[in-house]
Write a protein that binds this ligand. Structure first.
Ligand code: SAM
Length: 245
């Protein structure tokens, strides 16, 4: 997979792209990530990338010419051009899974008041928002999308099954994790996890995942695929029963 990120502020990406799982995935050749300075695609001595909005109002708008030139230089069959935009469709684990199958992502980072509307209408294939709030630029959203997508690529995580067990992976929140010590300030690790009984541990984890989802994100239960036993557990929660602590 290749991801090209088009930005006016390439320096923002230096740390995040070389650390931890993203850095290792690049070193292993699972993903190539290019950070492209939009200014390099602007014409004229001053390489101007933004201009005043027609009709007045504060703020600047990213000009269409450098964005079109840059994307037309990068695009090839199999590319998907994604504009990061608070007005786009909401990013989620499902969208991350969808994007992880794309051969070549081109992520366009807006700035200031945003991009000229013709970029949205005639250049972007997709528009993604990472949530209902407004950031100063598309760089952090591009990093969020890149991180969520790259960790799904086969070989990116030490445990290949981790994405399926993570929250949203199987439609539920994931249950709690504990590590050593067994007792910390008087708080003990749940007995089931220390039992060495794999079936009991799996049952405990599943019950905890269901419980947390029922408590924190009941909306997820409407679409999660639940076995008859799991549906029974949810029914018991409704009647006031708690899972084994
Ligand atoms: N004036 C725009 C509006 O009200 O819709 C907001 C522009 S914002 C200050 C500048 C840029 O940051 C946007 O063009 C976009 O690339 C990025 N951005 C801000 N919030 C975002 C979000 N929640 N998701 C994705 N991109 C975002």
């Amino acid at each position: 997979m290749r991801i090209d990120i088009v930005t006016l502020f390439p320096g923002i990406f230096v740390g995040p792209l070389q650390e931890s799982i993203l850095g290792r995935a690049r070193a292993k050749g699972l993903v190539e990530i290019g950070v492209i300075n939009l200014r390099d695609w602007a014409e004229g001595r001053h390489r101007v990338t933004d201009d005043y909005p027609f009709g007045g109002g504060g703020g600047m708008v990213l000009k269409p010419e450098p964005l079109f030139a840059c994307v037309e230089g990068l695009r090839r069959p199999g590319s998907r051009v994604v504009l990061l935009d608070p007005q786009g469709r909401r990013f989620s684990q499902d969208v991350a899974r969808e994007l992880a199958k794309v051969e070549h992502l081109i992520l366009l980072c807006g700035r200031y008041e945003g991009v000229d509307e013709r970029v949205r209408e005639h250049l972007a294939d997709d528009e993604i928002s990472i949530g209902d709030y407004v950031l100063t630029g598309g760089e952090l959203p591009a990093l969020v999308v890149t991180d969520a997508v790259v960790r799904l690529l086969p070989g990116a995580l030490g445990d290949a099954e981790a994405p399926g067990k993570d929250s949203f992976g199987a439609g539920l929140l994931e249950g709690p994790h504990y590590t050593r010590p067994e007792e910390f300030r008087g708080w003990r690790v749940p007995e089931a996890l220390l039992s060495g009984d794999h079936a009991r541990i799996a049952g405990w984890r599943r019950a905890q995942a269901l419980w947390l989802t029922w408590q924190r994100r009941p909306d997820l239960l409407e679409t999660a695929e639940l076995s008859p036993e799991e549906q029974k557990l949810i029914e018991e929660f409704r009647q006031g029963k708690k899972p084994e602590a």
